[in-house]
Design a protein around this ligand. Structure first.
Ligand code: ZN
Length: 194
């Protein structure tokens, strides 16, 4: 299989909503293998199809981070069926080389998807673990949403992008998330300051 080129922030494919996979065909299976190869080659913990310029509803994650054996999880046509709690986490993205900023996320998510053989599964990730955050980050990519749209502090995110020669924040894309904000407000003080 092969390592594909990861598109960078500014590329239109990152802002386009991706289409459902109608059949887990040979072509889709190759795309999934290539996405895994690409994610590992870049030392990423997740990668979504639009990041390799393919606007399909597919993402892959592996939060085993360097440990053996590898633990790849493939999500095809994922749906987030439950979300609750909140956390603040520092995130980056393979499409934003070296740029990191704090974002708001739900702490717990339940996702339903198909695996690379077209079999349906449900997975729950809790307590703001890397897996829980990663699923939300990658899922967003399928809707043309980027982690900077959830930035806790727009100005921090802006200066981080500038520092790494990336295009500026698209203020009109930033999300207002009253339900998530209400969960953030419930966090103990020290967690909010993280
Ligand atoms: Zn990303």
């Amino acid at each position: 299989m092969s390592v594909r080129k990861v598109v960078k922030y500014g590329e239109p494919s990152l802002r386009i909503p991706s289409k459902e996979v109608l059949k887990v065909s040979k072509k889709i299976k190759i795309l999934v293998e290539d996405m895994l190869d690409t994610m590992y080659a870049q030392n990423g913990v997740g990668l979504a199809a639009p990041q390799v310029g393919e606007n399909y509803r597919i993402f892959v994650v592996d939060v085993s981070t360097g440990e053996e054996p590898l633990n790849p999880i493939v999500f095809i046509n994922p749906k987030i069926i439950k979300k609750s709690g909140a956390c603040i986490s520092r995130e980056g993205c393979l499409s934003f080389p070296e740029a990191f900023t704090d974002v708001r996320r739900y702490a717990n998510v339940m996702v339903k998807a198909m695996d690379r053989n077209g079999r349906s599964f449900v997975l729950e990730a809790k307590d703001g673990t890397l897996l829980a955050r990663c699923i939300q980050h990658e899922f967003d990519h399928l809707n043309g949403i980027l982690f900077i749209d959830h930035a806790l502090n727009r100005f921090d995110a802006e200066s981080e992008l500038q520092k790494h020669n990336l295009p500026p924040i698209e203020v009109e894309k930033m999300l207002s998330e009253p339900e998530l904000q209400a969960e953030i407000d419930k966090l103990p003080k020290e967690k909010k300051a993280e």
